[in-house]
Every structure is written in C-alpha cells, then in structure tokens.
Design a protein around this ligand. Sequence first.
Ligand SMILES: Cc1cc2nc3c(=O)[nH]c(=O)nc-3n(C[C@H](O)[C@H](O)[C@H](O)COP(=O)(O)OP(=O)(O)OC[C@H]3O[C@@H](n4cnc5c(N)ncnc54)[C@H](O)[C@@H]3O)c2cc1C
Length: 237
Amino acid sequence: MSTTGPISLKPFNTFHIDESARECIEIHRREDLLQLQATRNQEPWYILGGGSNVLLTQAVHGLVVFNRLQGITCIREDETHVWIQAASGAIWHDLVLWCVERGYGGIENLALIPGTCGAAPIQNIGAYGVELTAVFHELEALDIQGGNIRLFSREDCRFGYRDSVFKQEAKGLYFIVSITLCLSKTPRVNTSYGGLQQVLQERGIAHPGIRDVADAVIAIRQSKLPDPAVTGNAGSF
Ligand SMILES: Cc1cc2nc3c(=O)[nH]c(=O)nc-3n(C[C@H](O)[C@H](O)[C@H](O)COP(=O)(O)OP(=O)(O)OC[C@H]3O[C@@H](n4cnc5c(N)ncnc54)[C@H](O)[C@@H]3O)c2cc1C
C-alpha cells in the first residue's frame, strides 16, 4: 500500500514526534520489496520497523518504507540446536515468546525489547546480560541500489556494543529481509544480571528455566520503563 503526503509519522515512532513524510509504502511480501527495488532504487529509503530507535528531527524527504514482512520458521535442527528464521517485520518480542513456548533458549533475556526482528542486528540489541550476537547465525539483506540479496554471517555483521556494520559502512545501503538465530534445545539460562537474580529469588525460583527468565525480565522491564504506546520514549540510551 502506498500513500502520498504529507503523512504524519507520529503514530510510527515511539517518541511520538510529529514529523511528516511525503510518501510512505508498506511492504508485506518479498515480492513487494523486490518490485520496489526494481522501480525506486535511485531514491533514498527511510526504513521504519517499530520506530523505537529513531529520533525524527525534520520531515523525511525520502520514501518511508514500513516493513511488515511476517513469518517465523524453523529451517534446520539437530539434536541440540534449532535454526530459527524470522522475517524482518516480525515483532521481536513475538519471536522471543515463540521460542520460549517451544523451549528454544538463548533470547529469553531479550524479552520485551520493542521493535522488529530486522532492526535487532542493526544495533546488536542487548539486555540483562545477553546480546543478539550470542545467538546470531546470519541474515539476508537486499542491496537497495544493486538489487541482490546478500547473506551476512556474524563476522560480516561486525557486531559491537550496540553497533554493527549497518551503523557504519553499510549504513542505509541494505534492507534486512530476514534474520536466522541458532538456539539451544537444552538451554542453560543466564541469570548473571543482578536484578534478574533478585526477582527470581523473590519468586522462590531456585532453578529457573527460560520461561522463568523471560517472565522475570518482562516484570523488571514493565516496572522500569514506561510503555511507549502510552508515554513517548526510546528506552534508555
Ligand atoms: C521502551 C524501550 C526500551 C528499549 N530497550 C532496549 C534494550 O533493552 N536493548 C536494546 O538494545 N534496545 C532497546 N531499545 C531500542 C529499540 O527497541 C531497538 O533498537 C530495536 O531493535 C529497534 O527496532 P525498530 O523496529 O523499532 O527499529 P526502528 O526504530 O524502526 O529503526 C531503527 C533503525 O534501523 C533501521 N531499520 C529498521 N528496520 C530495518 C530493516 N529491516 N533493514 C534495514 N534497516 C532497518 C531504520 O531505518 C533505523 O535507522 C528500546 C526502545 C524503547 C522504546
């Protein structure tokens, strides 16, 4: 779906900043994305997932591309691990819950981080003692100008603290299409973060599983940060 403007971006960023765009387009399927690339590859794209890590300071002159690609699938498994691929427009927290429900461990500490799966590698999201890089396998990204889909391994992504190649040399060049994580079927939980241990102790949980950790993280986050849907904010930074 394409809309021409001016269109207010206020509902689409968690700061609720009322800047405008001259044109917005929603991408629901890969084919939509490839068609957009074929026809609009010479224009600057301003990709928006959940808008939880952007600070709009002026009207957006490029084409605003809302990422709505959906889907979470297990693409491979062995006795100990599963490789889970998530479309970049899937909500990150939905992916965490999907994995916790199935007993796949590794991202439970990252529960309730707002935003989409596709934005997660951009700043190597992290919280409560865990970063995305620990479970990251690879991602697919569309070269916006060239039109090729390229695979990026963990090494290619050059993850650092809230950093990756997508915030450096590759900034603005790619549309991340999907991410693949390698998760454990026999998870060992990470409760190294002090506040997490405290909540688990208060709940009388001596041997927590991944669901206990996710629940504790959710409780801590809900007690600390306002819900961006109610009070505009961009978390802590
Ligand atoms: C209340 C709150 C709590 C938070 N807590 C944490 C936390 O604990 N840890 C943490 O690491 N972060 C945290 N954040 C920051 C934020 O949630 C993450 O950075 C998240 O990954 C952003 O996802 P998004 O979909 O909202 O990205 P957006 O804000 O939509 O986009 C962020 C940037 O990525 C680009 N982008 C988005 N999707 C794509 C794509 N598919 N391809 C290419 N480029 C893309 C955008 O153009 C933009 O430059 C928090 C934010 C809020 C509001």
